[in-house]
Design a protein. Structure first.
Length: 346
């Protein structure tokens, strides 16, 4: 599950003006690329997620069936497997690691897809959360290449309320005992636990907690869930400098910053890919009304389809321990299958 490949890019110049020498993109693939290289799907990872965290939506009998599709799952820059503060040598290590933008991830993935695999068209790009942000960026940066997109529980531009949340996470880590400006020798567990407790109030909805849906994940009490799920999640070898790098990427997310565009609206209007945009009904980060606005700016007949239910942001996350036959996964899987049967937007 954790096995992966690494594609090395000799020089990757970033949006901030600095260059990674080299940039390393960790990835995993599922299925076989066909002879004419037309069955490729790109499925980027999300905030702190690794390639195996996307596997809940891939498999025999699902829309993302490796018997039919060649599915590439690239790891985000900063996630600890691709080039990150935790694995980059001096002088770019730790808090000296350069700022990363969503477009930097897409530029690196573009090199992987085109130079390593020789792929010139993608049947579909899809992703959850920050993976959705990368999905939008792909459609804006490479409209000639992306046939379809399905961003779920994510956005093309980070909203002000979302930035307030991200700022609170940053403050929790940076104020932690032992953080030492990012030059810690041991990751500050106190800060990571505080980070997790903030996240706990956002990842799932109010109704999720009211209905005690955490019991479906095997937890015996609310505190058991807060410690076992949330603190356990962020104490699972997630490096604080890596988290801050990806947090900064998320904070600055905006397809309107793509060279050649003057606004988010202009960038969205340029998307040609056939699209289903899927927010979750009770997502506190990316509420349905935000993505209704997104779809209103897209001129390609994009569909706005809301994932029903109380699981909030994690309606699209394949929460560990949840029954894989759950209603949210089925709803998303059906949309993927339907989209893949629609004509290409290019």
């Amino acid at each position: 599950m954790t096995d992966h490949h690494v594609h090395e890019i000799e020089n990757l110049t970033l949006a901030c003006g600095r260059t990674l020498r080299p940039a390393r993109i960790a990835y995993q693939t599922h299925g076989t690329l066909n002879a004419d290289k037309t069955n490729a799907i790109l499925y980027p990872t999300w905030y702190s997620g690794r390639h195996w965290d996307n596997e809940w939506l891939i498999g025999a009998g699902r829309a993302l069936d490796p018997a039919r599709w060649f599915i590439i799952v690239p790891n985000m820059l900063g996630n600890g497997l691709s080039s990150s503060p935790s694995n980059t040598p001096v002088p770019d290590n730790g808090p000296a690691f350069p700022p990363i933008r969503v477009i930097d991830n897409v530029n690196a993935q573009y090199k992987l897809v085109t130079e390593h695999f020789g792929i010139s068209t993608l049947a579909l790009v899809l992703g959850w959360s920050m993976g959705a942000g990368q999905t939008y960026q792909w459609a804006v940066s490479h409209p000639e290449m992306v046939q379809r997109i399905l961003p779920f529980c994510g956005s093309p531009r980070t909203a002000p309320h979302n930035r307030v949340f991200l700022d609170s996470l940053r403050a929790a880590l940076e104020a932690s005992a032992g953080f030492d400006g990012g030059w810690y020798t041991t990751p500050p567990a106190q800060g990571l636990r505080a980070f997790a407790r903030i996240y706990a109030g956002w990842g799932f909805s109010q109704a999720f907690y009211w209905n005690e849906c955490w019991r479906e994940l095997g937890y015996s009490s609310l505190e058991d869930f807060a410690v076992g799920f949330w603190e356990g999640f962020f104490l699972d070898n997630r490096d604080p400098n890596n988290l801050l790098t990806m947090l900064d990427t998320w904070w600055h997310g905006d397809v309107g910053a793509t060279p050649g565009f003057s606004s988010t609206e202009e960038a969205l209007a340029s998307i040609r890919a056939t699209a289903i945009v899927m927010p979750a009904e009770k997502d506190l980060y990316f509420p349905p009304e935000d993505e209704a606005w997104t779809v209103s700016q897209m001129t390609n007949g994009a569909e706005h389809r809301v994932i029903p239910g109380v699981w909030g942001h994690f309606a699209g996350g394949g929460a560990p321990g949840r029954d894989p036959r759950n209603a949210d996964t089925t709803f998303i899987d059906q949309a993927v299958a339907e989209l893949l049967d629609r004509p290409s937007g290019i």
